[in-house]
Design a protein around this ligand. Structure first.
Ligand code: B16
Ligand code: MG
Length: 220
């Protein structure tokens, strides 16, 4: 039986939240807005546009459309410098083991990320070749929790949504997977990701038996 396994990127395959944090913090500070790690948590899985809107809301600041566009590209330029230094050492523990196991079982594997930089990051960590489909922020018009990104992933794999499994670290991403009628697997804190069908702290906790059950389940 062939199932589709769709992976989010930031927070699931690599931890780029720390780089988003540095770049957003510099930008916020330049506007006289303070920006904490707790606030950065709230930007996980959120699109770039929405992230800047939220930071401006927190700082009670209104800016022109022109300035908004300029700040977004400034933030991204700084972020790109950080990710240009990434390498395989930044892949989160046991992600390659799970990917290789799924490949050995001839399962469908896709990426479903909100990031417009997803392809660059996958290349930097040498994982592009593992994915049969890559859907990212450049392919979607609606942000998570809209299920668009995962539905396109399923379509590109040629697998029905109900036969797909999503790995996600954000609440919005888990909701998107649920709305898409896919099995949702939260990676992170079970209290935060309580809407997921299953939650693991990280991939080291995901054993082959669990994956086999997902693969062989009649209707997952
Ligand atoms: P970019 P994911 C998301 O990636 C990040 O979690 C989120 O913090 C970021 O704002 C968003 O991508 C857009 O990223 O600025 O690179 O286009 O978790 O959906 O893989
Ligand atoms: Mg994520």
């Amino acid at each position: 039986m062939k199932k589709g396994f769709i992976f989010d990127l930031d927070g699931v395959i690599v931890d780029t939240a720390k780089y988003h944090f540095l770049a957003w913090q510099n930008l916020a500070n330049s506007l006289g807005i303070s920006f904490s790690e707790e606030q950065n948590e709230q930007l996980k899985g959120v699109s770039r546009i929405r992230s800047l809107e939220k930071i401006l809301e927190w700082g009670n600041k209104t800016i022109s459309e022109e300035e908004f566009t300029r700040l977004m590209s400034e933030k991204n330029e700084e972020y790109l410098i950080y990710i240009s230094k990434m390498d395989v050492s930044e892949i989160l523990p046991d992600v390659p083991r799970v990917l290789d196991y799924l490949i050995s079982k001839d399962q469908g594997i896709a990426l479903g990320s909100a990031s417009k930089n997803a392809r660059v990051i996958l290349d930097k960590v040498d994982l592009t070749v593992k994915f049969q489909a890559i859907v990212d922020g450049t392919n979607v018009s609606k942000a998570k929790p809209d299920p668009e990104v995962f539905l396109i992933g399923a379509e590109e794999l040629g697998i029905l949504p109900e036969n797909c499994v999503v790995f996600e670290d954000s609440v919005a991403g888990v909701q998107a997977a649920n709305i898409a009628n896919m099995v949702s697997i939260g990676i992170g804190d079970a209290n935060i990701l309580h809407e997921a069908d299953y939650v693991f702290n990280d991939f080291t906790e995901i054993k082959e038996e669990f994956i086999n059950n997902l693969v062989t389940a009649k209707k997952v």
